[in-house]
Write a new protein. Sequence first.
Lengths: 484, 822
Amino acid sequence: MNSHHDSAALHHATRRHFFSRCALGLGSIALGSLLNGRRAMAADAAHLANPMAPKQPMFTPRAKNVIYLFMAGGPSQLELFDYKPKLVELNGQPIPQSYIEGKRFAFMGSSHGTKLFGTRREFKQHGQSGMWVSNLFPHTATIVDDATFVKSCAANLFNHAPAKLFMNTGSGQFGRPSMGSWVTYGLGSESQNLPGFVVLQSGPRGPRGGAVNWASGFLPTSYQGVPLRGSGDPILNISSPKGVTAQRQRDCIDAVRDLNLKRLVETGDQEISTRISAYEMAYRMQSSAPELIDLSGESAATLKLYGVDKDKPSFARNCLLARRLVERGSRFVQLYHTNWDSHGGPGENLEGDFEKVCREVDQGQAALVHDLKARGLLDDTLVIWGGEFGRTPMGENRDTTGRNHHIDAFTMWFAGGGVKRGAIVGETDELGFNPASDRCHVHDIHATILHLLGIEHEKLTFKFQGRDFRLTDVHGELIHKMLA
Amino acid sequence: MKLALLTLAGFLAFIPFGKGAAPDYVRDIKPLLAEHCYRCHGVSQQKSGMRLDTPAAALKGGEHGAAFKPGKSAESLLVQAITGAHDKLSRMPYKKPPLSAAQIALVTRWIDAGAIAPTNEAPEKNIHWAFVATTRPAVPQLVNRKAKNVNQIDSFILTRLTKENIKPSSEADRITLIRRLSLDLTGLPPSLAEVDAFVKDRDADAYETLVNRLLASPHYGERWGRWWLDAARYADSNGYSVDAPRSIWKYRDWVINALNADLPFDQFTIEQLAGDLLPDATMSQKIATGFHRNTQINQEGGIDPEQFRIESVMDRVNTTATAWLGATLACAQCHDHKFDPFTQREYYQFYAFFNSTIDDGHGKSAPDGMLEIPGESEGAAESQKALAEAEVDLERYLNTKGSDVAKWEQSLTDEQKSALKDEVRRAMAKPFAERTTKQKRLAYAAFSKDDDNFKQRTDKLTKLEKGQPKPVTTLVMRELSQPRDTHIFTKGDFTRPAARVTPGVPAILHSFSADTNANRLDLARWIVATNNPLTSRVIVNRVWQQYFGRGLVETENDFGTQGSPPSHPELLDWLACELMNPSSFNFERSTLNAQRSVPWSLKHLHRLIVTSATYRQSSKARPDLAITDPNNKLLARQNRLRLDAEIVRDVGLTASGLMNERIGGPSVFPPQPDGVMNLGQSRREWKPSTGADRYRRGMYTFFWRATPNPALMIFDSADGFSSCTRRLRSNTPLQALTLLNDEAFHEFAQALAARILKEGPTKDAARIDYAFRLCLSRTPTSAERARLITLLKRERAGSDESTAWTAVSRVLLNLDETISRE
């Protein structure tokens, strides 16, 4: 693959696409009549420049699709996965100065948060891998042998919005493309009826930073994430206006297509053929999006597995929709769930509030892995779980307990799509403050995700303001220990 | 790339490989070094102090010693480096494929044979073209003197086309011309009457008259204002996660007005970068400095404000470099620029100009950076009227109580008086008749605050006062009284300050004459100095780009060594000179343009471009050029361009007759799909404007950075995060869904249908022609008309006329041609 879209390759891909899939679009009209008049131009009309047409990876991929479960706010690894008996033992002691020298934290001015805080949660080892999981995640504990847990993740930025951007785009600055945009830019999408990059949200509020987290930055907007909404139209403007029946909508699109075609012949502008195919896709989306969110075809057993109430928006429902999306060929599905920002204040404590958010995700995320596996989709689908950072070993304790943002060591897990099953990568020091081995920086994680998709992270580039940009900026090393 | 490899292979084939002949430096070695080494060890950069572009420099060497030892290849740094044998250095070329064995053998044999080379080679002084000041090139003489409507631009374009043996396209028809010109100059399609008048106008100067009318239209400032606002990263909210609303639309209006008044571009620049520092700065000049207050403000809890203050200073550096200099100075934030001659030190010298304004990174110093506009408030006139009435009513009542109050005041003891508030005592010190309404009110309240007649009136007034519209404010630049120190940040990390620097500019560019206390005003003047090689080229290029879809320099934001070379270098320079120093010679025939233009007049530049025959060509694809010039770089035709996001809306508004043409004012809230605002962290309200504000031009839609209006974003509007100097033109299914289904656009279709039925002719075919012209300016072909009549008949089945015509209107508003300019 070229670093830039090679127009010849694009034309090749889209011509193939035209003849295989888009026959629906132009098949019904008299292509022959075009050929009579201006043979050369009509042949060009076949070059439907569809930016989402599937593209060949750079090498044989291990995963075709990604489902990224983004735990917005930064879940506490110390309450879930990174079991630290020493921290429990030293509970209430001040953090040794050697740990915090030269470090910067969010809410730096505040006085609290320098005393160690041992978890109050019970931990047990699970599966063949012996991965420690706390009793807050009973369902997740059942998938440990399908996943690689990386306990030594590290990031750069400790405030939510920049950190989320960093996790999504490899930069804390606005205006860079998100991972889903890079991936669809590099690989296109298998689905020509649904968007290639879809975003779903659950929880009490939207993730900090909002739509910039799935923006395409300087890449064409074709690659930005399309939010699938919990209520109302599943996709913005997916419903025809009030009073416009499906038949009228089809009539309208047919007439638009016919008139656009006449203009295409008259002007020879290939953009018109792209527009024609965009209208066809829009029309198909109008019927496939409602079909996508209609769960009546799912068995009672499946709904029970996820714990889905069919008509109620929830993280579990979004997990099920994510499976349906990759089944239908969407390339990159990202789920955001809030609120993991456990500072210890009202609504954000590590007691009842944390238990609640754990309950909200536990069953659905485990069910997703089990369900994908049972359907043979896990081999092709990479499931990613993690927040923008983790939480400090020090407590941020008020009337209730909490922890501050921590970027030096936190846990993410990965399942399916070429990732080792039942593996643990990296350990933290005895307080859980720093990685003791195998530090995996966000850039390394990005490089590895792209690698699993058959993309060399240094070669997926886009020239902007005079520089070749990439998801991994100028960094990124493969995490070999994660690879099956 | 393939071509380059072939050339290289061909070149190598001629190299004598026989043992006997020692390689020749000039023939064999120098080209090799030039291709593989000079980029890091040449004129613009000397990594590790090593320079290889002259034998003398190579022998002098760098940090690791001389590049070679004559006669001893194994001990030569150059050979160790290219073979990877050096124990400290990476194999060279760094991170590039190694040289071939044959190439390495050449170098080895040349050194072993004594490294014979000329000793007097002068070091290269080849400065990149864009860093050399412009000189006005001669306008080429056209061979074909019969060419129609040509100006100097065409002389350059046609000369090149002739050389390539390509014929230009013919002029577009008049309807296409007026629609193109109206959309390009004002962002609005022409009215039917305007189309008819132009088509009928037989005057030789008809086109020039049209150009002048459009340049004088107040909508010109809107259209080109939006062009500039992209570069200014204008938006109506603070960005980052909290994304609170801000008031800076006065700056947006300043841009519109400045362009309408054709404020010369040098002055336009100075006022925006440093209007506050001009002697006796006017209100308008202060408002202009909003340019650099379009940075984001992070109001998230727990942040380090200094970090985000620094972010905005860096944004100001990067934006200034992009918008005016077309320079990727931002690349020198963490290290010396990899390709262009900008050092990291120079980056922070540039940064120093912007490092001493009062704004902080948290928005808490906002009041100091906010300018209140005297005599203007956000509210309506009615509330002011109500306030005045309530005030008069109260005063009238209080005047009836004058003697009661006076009696009571006289009865007070000194002790009682001293218990009263200061302001009450001050009021009492005056005779009743001389008191202001406020003072009368205060005194009366002290006397008898339970008087119901008084209470009712004073409460009403208080309520109105509280609800009084807030004064209009706008964000501006202001210097601290004590400038901040500026340090280089190691690797761009603000927690690692290194050496201190003072304000300065990149040394490769023209000289900077200010002293060490240079400020933004000095910088602004330096930017628009006529010996600045970049500003004028960059600006004419970006104007050109709007008209043809591509600049003469395709990389409009990178005029550096990695940018693309200009397709027409002489034309670029001629236009740049013409902008700064317009020729007195009036090339155009029109007497309307006879007056000499002032320096830096953008309208002069626009007029030159749009009156050229090059601009006026048809945009139809040319199959004959599919191989020779597939991307139309030589401009043997116009380009057909999809309209900008805001104008997609404006065309719908105009065709439907809903358009409210009011210019400027606070941003507005046209309808948008429910739930859009839920996508942000904070759920901001979007209450659709009612009445005339519902139908304002797209550029006035309130722009939230975190949750932008989807109809704008889907059509690639600028995002307001960083300076945008070129919009992408994507073409997606979401655009189709927007035009088909979005409430705002459906409303246009319904209004267009109503307009057809109300204002249009009575026969179907004539009505279709009328509707078609409202959207596309032209009449349909018979095949197009027939297709629409088929649709109309079909839609009539089982529905009323208005529904059937709404269907026709939807089709017209969804056509590719409707949202394009041809």
